[in-house]
Each structure stands twice: as C-alpha cells, then as structure tokens.
Design a protein around this ligand. Structure first.
Ligand code: ADP
Ligand code: MG
Length: 694
C-alpha cells in the first residue's frame, strides 16, 4: 500500500508515514532523519549476502552467513556469567549459538528439536565454530521459507530500531523517490554523464538481483555529497569571519610556570604550533584551528598551552573528548599539571548524578572552575559558564563541521563567540585538508618527542594464537603490560562488547597468573575508569578492549599490543590503535592477528603496518589502496562523516566539485540550503544542538 503521492510528501516529517509515531520518530532523529526525504539519504553502510544457505561443515571463521538446522541440544552454562548455548545441526555439522542475554521465553523457545534459520558471523570457539547472538528465525518443517534473492543492505541504526523496521520505512519513502528535486546543475550532470538521482538511490537501497558490491558505486551521489560538504564548509568559514571573539593578550606567566615544572621540554614542533595558536587567540575573530599530530606527538600539552593563554586572560576553557575514558584521562593530566598553578579543573561526566554534578556546574557558573573537561555532556543545557573563551575538541574526527558550529553557538556569550581548537591524530594530506576541514586553519605537529623506541610490528595467522598468548605471558612476567584489542565488523556495539567478554574469559583461563581486565563501551563510566586506573597503576597487566581505546589512551608501560581481525580494519584505524604502545622507553611490539586467507588489499595493509610507523606515509598508502578497493566503507576512515563519498578514495572528484560549488553559488544560490540540508542533516540548525543537549 502506498502513501498518497503528493509532490512534497518527501518534505513531510517522518510521522507522515504509516506506523511512525512519536517514539519511532525520536529514534529516527538520533540518526538525523527528520523528514521522509532523509530516509532516502540514509544509506547502507554495507551489504549482507543472505541469498544462500551455507552447510555448517563449510563455514569459515569470519564469514557472515545464513545457516539452517535443528537444535540438537540446548544448555544454560556458567562461565563467569550465565549464557545459553544451543547446538545447531544441519546434517553436515554442528554450530554453537551463544546467547549472553536471553529471556526465559527465549530459553524456552530455543530448545531441542526446534528448526532455525540463523544469520550471523562465524567465530572460533575452542575447537568448534559459533555464532554469538545470531539473528534467528523459527522455521516450520511443513512450510519452506523463501530466502532473499538480492543483497541485503545494512544501515547505521540506533538502539531500539531494528534493521528490518528501518528497511520498511525506507521502502515506503522509495515509492516517492521520483519526486525528489534534482539539485545538481544540469551542465554538471551532462558533463559527467550522471544517471538520474532516483536511479542511484534505488540501486543502493534495493540492489538489483545479481549485483555485486563492487558494481554499486554511486558516482552521482558521491559527487553530490562532496558538493554539499564543500558548500557547507565554505559557508561555515564565511560566517565565522563575520563574528566577534574576545582578543586575548599574550601573557605566558602560567605557561612558563608549567614548563619549569615539566620533566621534559616541548619539542620544536609543539612550540611552533603553540605560536600559531597564540597568534590566533590575540585576534578579535574566533580562532578556528585544526592541529594534526601523530599519535604520541604530544597534543595534550599544546591544548594545555592554549588553555593557559585563555585562563591567564580571565576566561574559562572547555575541553571535550570523544569518550569518557579519554575525558577522564585528560582530567587526571590536567589536575596533575594545573593544580600546582592554582587552576581548578572540573570534570563533567554523563554518568554523574544531578547531585554529584550540581556543585561542579555551580563552580563553572561562578567562574571558580577554570577549565571543564568532559565528553559532549559538557554541552548539555545545564552546563553554563561564566566566561567561556576557548573550546578545545580532542580527537576531532568524530565531530563534523555542524557539530563544531553547534558547539560554537552553545558557547556564544553576548556578541562574542569562543575560540575553537580541534586536535586530531588522523593524518590528512594537504590537498584533502582544504576540503575536509575547509572551515579550519591548519597546523601540524610533525615531530615526536625524543627517546621513543620504534615499534616492531608482525602479522600472524590466527592459528598461531597460542604463540601470541605465550608472548603475553612472557611480557607480563617481565613487568610489561599488554593490550588485546577485539574488533568485529558488526556495527552493533553489543556484539563487540560480547566478543571482548568472551576473549577476556578465554585469556583469563589460559593465563591464570596474569591479571586480566576488560573495557568496552557498555561498561559504566565508573567501571571503565576503575579498570583504566588499575591498568595505569599496573594492577591489571592485560587489558582486553574493544576499539574504545582507539584514541588517546596513554599508558607508557604498555609495550605489547595484539589486534584481532586486523585484516578487516582500515589502515588509519590500525595505526591509531598501534599508537597506544611505544609511548615509553621500552621497545614495543604490535601483533596483528589475521584470518587466513588474506585478500590482496588486506595483505598490503598489513605489509604497510609492518614496514612503517610514519602516519603520513600510512595515510598515503591508505589513499593508494583505497583506489577501487572499498566501495561504501567511508565510515571507518574517520575524518569526516560522509555517507557515500570518501575524501581519500574520491579525491579525484575534488577539482570538479569545487568548480560545481562556484557554479551553484553563482547561478543557483537557492540550492545551497537544499543541498546542505539534504546531506548534512541540518534541517534548521536544530539537529546537532538537540544531539548535544540530549
Ligand atoms: P597525543 O598527541 O597522542 O595526544 P599525548 O599528548 O597523550 O599524545 O602525549 C603522549 C605522551 O608524551 C604523554 O605521556 C606526554 O606527557 C608525553 N609528552 C608530550 N610532550 C612531550 C615532550 N615534548 N617530550 C617528552 N614527552 C612528551
Ligand atoms: Mg591525545
């Protein structure tokens, strides 16, 4: 059944769709989907092949597949925690289905004799294979169920909104796809022979049967997205030059005091970047600077220098980190460095109760707190500053241009905007910096502090896991500490966490004399903090973690890192992870565990990791490898949240995109807003603000 075909139906709020009430609409908002049209531009992050059923005997670790069979046996076991194990048999072999969370109804229905179709990722479990929390579908012996005949798109989603529901809504919106206005200038479409917009969108949401992932690159959408992004950053830059900020005179009293107390001297590169910032802060337009510095280059100190400049001038500073873990770590560093100077650091966490928080919030409002550290909890409505002068965003690649703008708005006081400093470890080739961060000025810390020992990297077949475990044992005996990073392609955080839990349990069993800890995104802030503190103190020797530790964590005694499923990860992410070791003076190593057989690109990525630790070199190789290799996977590459385009892979479009941007501004100025709205999820400037206040 279709909705009435009004031409502007797509511009209606999503609640205009059948079955979308306020509850669903609220979930959609979290995905940046407000209007029906936004559903069309909510694009798959990858595709699953559910077009055939695999015999269990043929399964290989790492595959994401459909299987069918009968439950032979089901049991609830205690392995540190309660779990339900079902043994699924299809005549060719047996597969374990593992459930960590289950209701008594589920326990009842997943019993012996039940016929199931399951979709999930195949993993190793001792000598057997398993799926953790597969999607299950009950079958009846007398009624065969059809299977998909085309690839199934997987969308980014949010807690409480199932893929299936999202797909249904997108299907409804697709019925109106032909009424979408075409926003590209006609000559651009003609010159590049782009297909109609509706064609690309249909293809992505409902791949024609027989299509391969490689055949689906949507050039037109890629172009449009890059164009929207370019227009967005141009606009942001322009607007920023029109507003005021407080000019802060140079006064390095505090900074000199801190320098004398530090056990090391800033590197030349740090000093140079600090000089750039000092110059910016003295102007009466807002600073808007991006500092790029490889992992371990000492960005925190640069941030502190900037903060001290503002504080000396009587202003407050907000330092925002992407995770609680990093916020906590910054907080500890700041207290250590700044308390002796009489500077008060306030930690604002999303996990604090209103009571715990009240005092801190008051201190900021009264100006007793000089610098506030936190995640985006910092920008909730309840947090107000007396005189906010500078916002620092650490590990910026999780925040897009619109979040940056929203933050700035939030910090606005009277006619004055705060200065803004963003810091990232993601190496960005210069040409891309223009587009990726066109609204920002740019400085690079291109030097590591002296005395770092190089990291040795090896790639090992997962079958040699035992040797790795031996190595961990040896490292721990020598008083060293170890990270073990679990990764999954699965977008679900829940599954990531479970994988880490299983690994931690196994390692604990194998290494009884080693203190094993676990951090993942599902732990409470205080639990994580506790775990990290223990790791820092050396009470935990082996830390099993999901990629939550990807950015910024600093434990110099950790000298060995093991990364599982390394073949699936992007180069820049691997590089970021590896940066957690090699921070002290002991020789460090990184073990990349991979699943045999390796694809060509994966092999090259691992080779690159083995041969260099230079972030820019890695970025270049990444660029090269991304050629035709990856199709839709832009999310992992970090820097900017693009949906179909990849700044690296698609950079050959950039000159044409810049020309098109000029064309649109000159001849179709009314399309600027429509394009940025379509792609940057900013219907009225509210979304990002809501995001930061929720
Ligand atoms: P990142 O750039 O990855 O954020 P950090 O700021 O965490 O790096 O710094 C990494 C480590 O190097 C920290 O322990 C920090 O105290 C130390 N560090 C920073 N600057 C210097 C320096 N100039 N000399 C020696 N050590 C430094
Ligand atoms: Mg850092």
């Amino acid at each position: 059944m279709s909705e009435p075909a009004e031409p502007d139906f797509l511009q209606q709020p999503v609640t205009a769709l059948r079955g979308v009430g306020d509850a669903v609409a609220e979930k959609l908002v979290r995905l940046g989907i407000l209007r029906v049209a936004d559903l069309l531009f909510h694009l798959p992050m990858r595709y699953q092949d559910r077009t055939r059923i695999y015999p269990i005997a043929s399964l290989k670790v790492g595959q994401e597949v459909l299987v069918e069979g009968e439950i032979d046996y089901a049991e609830v076991v205690q392995r540190g925690r309660t779990m339900l194990l079902c043994y699924l048999n299809d005549g060719s072999g047996t597969l374990i289905l593992r459930f960590f969370h289950f209701t008594s109804a589920q326990k009842y229905s997943l019993r012996k004799g039940v016929l199931l179709r399951c979709f999930g990722e195949v993993r190793q479990s001792g000598m057997k294979l398993e799926m953790a929390h597969p999607e299950c579908h009950y079958l009846r012996a007398d009624a065969p169920e059809p299977i998909a005949n085309t690839l199934t798109p997987t969308y980014p989603t949010t807690e409480g909104l199932q893929q299936r529901s999202l797909r249904r809504l997108i299907d409804l919106a697709l019925e109106h796809v032909d009424t979408l206005p075409d926003l590209l200038p006609e000559n651009v479409v003609r010159q590049h022979r782009f297909p109609p917009l509706a064609h690309d969108l249909r293809k992505l949401h409902t791949p024609p049967s027989g299509s391969t992932v490689e055949g689906m690159r949507p050039h037109r959408l890629i172009f449009e997205e890059l164009l929207a992004h370019q227009l967005g950053v141009q606009q942001a830059r322009h607007e920023l030059k029109q507003v005021q900020a407080h000019a802060m005179r140079e006064d390095n009293r505090y900074w000199q005091q801190l320098r004398r107390a530090l056990p090391f001297a800033p590197t030349n590169a740090q000093n140079r970047v600090i000089a750039d910032i000092t110059h910016d802060l003295q102007q009466d337009v807002p600073m808007n600077r991006l500092v790029q510095g490889d992992v371990g280059s000492g960005k925190t100190l640069v941030a502190v220098a900037a903060a001290l400049h503002a504080i000396t001038n009587g202003f407050q500073v907000a330092l925002m980190a992407p995770t609680e873990l990093l916020a906590e770590q910054h907080y500890q560093n700041l207290v250590r460095w700044l308390e002796p100077l009489g500077i008060e650091t306030v930690y604002i966490s999303g996990n604090q109760t209103p009571r715990q928080r009240r005092r801190k919030v008051e201190n900021l409002l009264l100006g007793i707190g000089h610098i506030a550290v936190g995640t985006h909890a910092l920008f909730q409505r309840t947090v107000e500053f007396l005189q906010l002068g500078l916002i620092i965003i650490d590990e910026q690649h999780r925040f897009g241009v619109h979040q940056r703008m929203a933050l700035r708005e939030k910090g606005k006081q009277g006619e004055h905007y705060p200065h803004q400093l963003v810091m990232t470890a993601t190496p960005i080739p210069r040409t891309l910096a223009m587009t990726a961060y066109g609204d920002l000025d740019y400085s690079v810390i291109d030097e590591l502090p002296p005395g770092r020992t190089p990291i040795t990297t090896v790639a090992l077949n997962n079958e040699r896991r035992d040797e790795v475990i031996e190595r961990i044992s040896a490292a721990c005996r020598e008083g060293r500490q170890v990270y073990w990073v679990c990764t999954l392609i699965e977008e679900s955080e829940a599954l990531q966490c479970e994988a880490a839990e299983v690994t931690a349990a196994t390692l604990h069993e194998r290494l009884p004399h080693v203190a094993v800890g676990l951090v993942h995104g599902r732990l409470h802030g205080s639990e994580k903090e506790n775990m990290m503190r223990q790791f820092k103190l050396g009470e935990i020797q082996l830390l099993v973690a999901t990629t939550v530790i990807e950015v910024g964590v600093d434990v110099p005694n950790a000298s060995l890192m093991v990364i599982e499923n390394a073949e699936r990860m992007g180069l820049s992410q691997l590089h970021q992870l590896r940066g957690r070791v090699g921070r002290g003076s002991v020789a460090s190593s990184c073990v990349l565990l991979y699943q045999h057989p390796l694809g060509r690109t994966a092999r090259k990525r691992l080779d690159a990791m083995r041969t260099t630790t230079d972030g820019f070199m890695i970025a270049d190789i990444d660029l090269e490898l991304r050629g035709p290799g990856e199709v839709l996977g832009t999310r992992q590459t970090g820097d900017v949240r693009l949906r179909v385009a990849s700044l690296l892979r698609d950079q050959h479009w950039l000159p044409a995109v810049q020309a098109a941007a000029r064309d649109v501004v000159a001849h179709y100025p009314e399309r600027v807003a429509a394009l940025t709205q379509r792609w940057l999820q900013q219907p009225d400037g509210e979304t990002a603000t809501q995001f930061f206040q929720s």
